[in-house]
Design a protein around this ligand. Structure first.
Ligand code: MG
Length: 208
């Protein structure tokens, strides 16, 4: 048994890590690179709280997958009254396992929800985030792999929060991974990823 942090890294705020909601296909160029289109309704999947790890973590890539992909995303964390803060996260995805799940029509829980599959930076308090849009970038071993802007999101933060809240009921500490821009690709053991949200937030993780 191993445990991961249960409190968000938000400047001393005591906010529990709740349910992590992932939004699929929220950037047209990424949907296209996956051979998909923008869904009529938001596409939602769930990662358990134990998938979360903070910046600075060494993430063990599972032995049952040979193809973990990076997906850099804007992460929205809810507070008692609306949005508590924003961060940058990686929606780590076992692409081979996900492809099999798509073929067989089975859930994505294993492909998306494994321990360590949701690293997120320290959060920036919502009041310090400005009004956006924000630029997302991901470097792997110092080489840029993803670069996008939240202006390209098909559905806005407000639309996604409203939808997820209406369906599931958002609670303080719940988070939304709001989808990835194009450029997803594989991660190898020994690599180091640095993800940024403008100059507001930085996530740094290594892979074992
Ligand atoms: Mg994603």
């Amino acid at each position: 048994m191993t445990s991961t942090p249960t409190i968000w890294d938000l400047h001393g705020a005591d906010l529990p890590v709740g349910t992590l909601y992932g939004i699929g296909r929220n950037y047209a160029a990424h949907a296209a690179e996956m051979g998909s289109t923008i869904p009529e309704d938001p596409m939602v999947f769930i990662k358990p709280p134990n998938a979360y790890v903070p910046s600075g973590s060494a993430i063990v890539l599972p032995e049952w997958t040979q193809d973990v992909h990076h997906e850099v995303e804007l992460v929205v964390v809810m507070g008692e009254h609306g949005i508590a803060g924003l961060g940058v996260g990686l929606d780590l995805t076992a692409r081979d396992v996900q492809a099999k799940a798509k073929q067989t029509g089975t859930p994505w829980a294993v492909a998306k929800g494994w321990r360590g599959a949701a690293p997120v930076s320290r959060l920036v308090p919502w009041g310090d985030c400005g009004s956006g849009p924000w630029t997302l970038a991901l470097d792997l071993d110092g080489e840029q792999r993803q670069h996008g802007n939240t202006a390209s999101m098909e559905r806005s933060i407000d639309q996604l929060v409203a939808y997820v809240d209406a369906v599931f009921g958002l609670r303080p500490g719940d988070a939304l991974f709001t989808g990835t821009p194009e450029g997803v690709g594989p991660i190898r053991r020994g690599q180091r990823a640095v993800a940024t949200l403008d100059d507001l937030a930085t996530l740094e993780v290594t892979f074992l």
